[in-house]
Structures are given as structure tokens and as C-alpha cells.
Ligand binder design. Structure first.
Ligand SMILES: CC(C)(COP(=O)(O)OP(=O)(O)OC[C@H]1O[C@@H](n2cnc3c(N)ncnc32)[C@H](O)[C@@H]1OP(=O)(O)O)[C@@H](O)C(=O)NCCC(=O)NCCS
Length: 158
């Protein structure tokens, strides 16, 4: 079935929040989603299959010291949340969302690198990010509320 990727809108928020609750232990208040829609609307995308929202990716633009060139301050794309509904996985939806966002980060925002945090047990997501050229930069001890460690993974876009 055809996968359509488009920018998220306020009308998608109920679906996005439902997918977030269904797929991830990290949840956010409504203000968080609205803030990202307002500030970073062109790095916040949904995936539709048959006009149903089945996944989303939320990213924000930040500045900070590069993970690759340690003395350099750079613009970064932080992939904050990505999820695909269970029945729609394994069809390339996350890959399509991620490649769309990486393209926008690079072309529209001219970011130097993209990064994210992922649970060390989340093999599916780690494989996805590795497939896109992300590498593990460091392990962040007890990053998650339940005590699990995170890998910080990053990819240089320039
Ligand atoms: C991780 C997630 C987003 C992947 O979504 P998806 O649409 O199924 O991913 P894709 O079909 O685009 O798969 C791309 C690659 O990811 C990896 N991958 C995806 N599912 C996998 C699985 N179950 N086991 C191992 N690797 C997997 C593979 O490398 C795959 O490439 P391949 O098909 O060539 O083997 C999805 O499983 C999900 O929503 N999980 C719950 C939420 C989550 O963990 N989000 C990420 C938080 S950091």
C-alpha cells in the first residue's frame, strides 16, 4: 500500500498522541506537541497509509558542540520521537519518515549533524538508525525514568 509522508498539522495531534502512547513509554503533555508543531513544523511529519496516520517523526533544531568535531559549535537536528503503529511496521514507513527528515535537516536547515537517544534494548530502532549511517557516540547511564541506559547515536550530514 502507498505510504504518504506529509507535514503534521494540528488535526493530526490526536492520532500522533495515540500512536506515541501505544508505541513508546515516553509521553509528553499537549503543550509539548503544540510547541513542536509551531516552532519546528517542517521537521514534524506523519506517515499515512490509506488516509490513516500510522506513524510520525518529531525533530527539533538545536545548537551545540559537535559530536564529531569537538571544538566546533554546530547546528544539530535532534530526533526526539519516532514511532510506527505495530500493524504497519516492517514496510519501510520509519525509513521513509527518517529519510524525509534527514533531507529537510540537510537542505532546509543546513544542519551539521543529526542525533538521537535510543534505549539500549531497542534493537529494531538501533538497526534502523545504523542502516541510515548513525553510529553510537556514547552510552548515557540511566537516561530513562525506568533506569534503562540510552545510546546516543549521531550522523554527520555534511
Ligand atoms: C523502530 C520503528 C520505528 C521501526 O519502524 P518500521 O517502519 O518498522 O521500520 P522500517 O520498516 O523502515 O525498517 C527499517 C530498518 O529498521 C530495522 N528494523 C525494523 N524493524 C526491525 C525489527 N523488528 N528487528 C530488527 N531490525 C528492525 C531494519 O534494519 C530495517 O531494515 P530492513 O527492512 O532492510 O531489515 C518501529 O519498530 C517502532 O515504532 N517501534 C516502537 C517505537 C520506537 O522504538 N521508536 C524509536 C525510538 S528511538
Amino acid at each position: 500500500m502507498l505510504i504518504k509522508i506529509r507535514p503534521a498539522t494540528e488535526r493530526d495531534l490526536d492520532y500522533i498522541i495515540a500512536i506515541n502512547i501505544e508505541c513508546l513509554p515516553e509521553h509528553y503533555p499537549l503543550s509539548f506537541w503544540i510547541e513542536h508543531l509551531t516552532k519546528f513544523d517542517d521537521t514534524f511529519y506523519v506517515a499515512e497509509i490509506g488516509e490513516k496516520v500510522v506513524g510520525y517523526i518529531l525533530t527539533r533544531i538545536e545548537e551545540g558542540t559537535s559530536f564529531f568535531q569537538h571544538d566546533k559549535k554546530v547546528k544539530k537536528g535532534h530526533i526526539v520521537s519516532l514511532a510506527v503503529r505495530e500493524g504497519y511496521r516492517g514496510r519501510g514507513v520509519a525509513s521513509y519518515l527518517l529519510s524525509t527528515v534527514l533531507g529537510v535537516l540537510s537542505k532546509t536547515y543546513d544542519v551539521f549533524e543529526a542525533y538521537l537517544e535510543v534505549r539500549v534494548s531497542n534493537i529494531a530502532a538501533i538497526n534502523l538508525y545504523k542502516k541510515f549511517g548513525f553510529t553510537i557516540i556514547q552510552t548515557i547511564s540511566e537516561y530513562y525514568l525506568d533506569g534503562e541506559d540510552a545510546y546516543l547515536m549521531a550522523k554527520q550530514l555534511k
